[in-house]
Write a protein that binds this ligand. Structure first.
Ligand code: SF4
Length: 181
């Protein structure tokens, strides 16, 4: 169902001109999320010993990662002032404009808070299962994967968002992701 049109950046009290991102910059912005998804899948694959269940868990995790990005694109981006523009750091805003109509921009914070928990398990599922794998069957490969996952997902990914992508966002004051930082 089509809701109200996005109000546009000029209606945002915090708006100021922002840069447009190239495709290379969009890929850089997406890299930590891609790496997190692949490391999460590898943790399950290695932890379950390359068995059928290991492959199933790894493939499910990758599909969940893709679905999480799509969820964000469909249910959050249409409310964003960057929807349909090249000023979205990761390129989701342009994909969103091809899939769904713009929605009421004043609802961005509410929609963000409502939908962002859907992708939280991407961070916490490998954290829990990886710890269990290490506890039950410690090995150096799992330890390296586990540490790499933590460093990428809990240090690099937030830093890239905060310093590189969201840092230039004109609506960061209204965004729950940036507001707490
Ligand atoms: S800045 Fe964030 S919410 Fe806005 S269009 Fe891009 S990915 Fe979506």
């Amino acid at each position: 169902m089509i809701e109200e049109k996005n109000n546009g950046p000029e209606n945002c009290k915090n708006y100021h001109p922002v840069q447009e991102y190239s495709h290379v910059q969009e890929i850089i912005d997406n890299l930590p999320y891609i790496i997190m998804t692949l490391l999460g899948a590898l943790i399950h694959l290695v932890g379950l010993g390359f068995t059928f269940w290991g492959w199933l868990a790894a493939i499910t995790f990758v599909i969940y990662g893709l679905a999480g990005a799509l969820w964000f694109i469909v249910f959050i981006c249409p409310f964003c002032h960057f929807y349909g523009t090249r000023t979205c750091p990761c390129g989701y805003g342009q994909i969103s404009a091809k899939l769904v109509p713009a929605k009421d921009g004043t609802q961005f914070m509410r929609k963000f808070k409502k939908h962002i928990p859907v992708i939280f398990p991407l961070w916490f599922a490998p954290l829990i299962t990886g710890a269990l794998f290490l506890f039950n069957n410690y090995n150096a490969t799992m330890l390296i994967l586990y540490c790499a996952f933590i460093i990428n997902s809990f240090i690099i990914l937030p830093l890239v968002s905060r310093i590189y992508g969201c840092a230039h966002c004109p609506q960061k004051e209204d965004c729950p992701w940036m507001k707490k930082k």
